[in-house]
Design a binder for this molecule. Structure first.
Ligand SMILES: Cc1ncc(COP(=O)(O)OP(=O)(O)O)c(N)n1
Ligand SMILES: Cc1ncsc1CCOP(=O)(O)O
Ligand SMILES: [Mg+2]
Length: 218
């Protein structure tokens, strides 16, 4: 992806239970006002028409805000909705196929769990970022495979592309992940489960401001 802004900061993932129906767009708008720098439409529902409507509306909102929208799991939906890209895990379509469908400008992110080897493969195949985790117990995905924070330091030393950390991240435990090399913190519950979404997003975004980020590895 030839991005306008570097991929760095708070990455918010929507959730069908926390941001249902009419609450989706206001919730994402609040997260962006709070400083979110990347948005993922993550919806595991089976209603294709609703998903297309929601993803299309979110893509328009994100475009106006200058924040890329990534669609989880579904390259065809990303294309139909006019999203900036797609996020793919081990059980999803092949990232190379997604790249062919979405084109060279698209943002293609790949889940790597606790595997540096998988991340190196994804990087060599042209991923725009790689995601590791779950680093902490996740309310959104309790059965997610766990990864140790030290993995981020090893990944940082070996990989030049943006690193995403995900899983049970709070403004308190996220600082150590940023210090270990995470460029983006991917969050569901900590932002969209909050009573004040904008304020919650602001607390994560602050972890990337110079006062906090001075603890980061070069
Ligand atoms: C940024 C980010 N990282 C990891 C995931 C998980 O992807 P996946 O393993 O495909 O699991 P599901 O999200 O599809 O349940 C993600 N979506 N985003
Ligand atoms: C999709 C995903 N993959 C690993 S953990 C997770 C969910 C993260 O959500 P939360 O920030 O609520 O733990
Ligand atoms: Mg997936």
């Amino acid at each position: 992806m030839t991005g306008e802004r570097p991929l760095c900061g708070l990455y918010v993932l929507t959730d069908g239970a926390l941001t249902p129906g009419a609450r989706l767009l206001p919730a994402v708008a609040a997260a962006i006002r709070g400083g979110a720098r990347l948005v993922q439409y993550r919806d595991k529902g089976g209603d294709a028409r609703r998903r297309l409507e929601e993803a299309t509306a979110l893509a328009a909102l994100c475009r106006r805000a200058g924040v890329p929208l990534v669609v989880n799991d579904d390259p065809a939906l990303a294309r139909a909705a006019g999203a900036a890209g797609v996020h793919l895990g081990a059980d999803d379509p092949d990232p190379a196929e997604a790249r062919r469908l979405l084109g060279p400008q698209a943002l293609v992110g790949v889940s790597c769990y606790d595997s540096l080897a998988r991340a190196e493969e994804a990087a060599a195949a042209g991923a725009d970022y790689v995601a590791f985790g779950s680093f902490f117990p996740s309310r959104t995905k309790p059965a997610a495979r766990r990864a140790p924070p030290a993995l981020l330091q090893r990944a940082r030393a070996r990989l030049a592309l943006p690193l995403v950390a995900i899983g049970g991240i709070t403004p308190d435990n996220g600082a150590a992940l940023v210090a270990a090399g995470a460029d983006l913190l991917a969050v569901v519950h900590g932002v969209f489960g909050a009573a004040d979404i904008e304020a919650a997003a602001r607390r994560y975004a602050a972890l990337f401001e110079p006062a906090h980020a001075s603890g980061r590895e070069p």
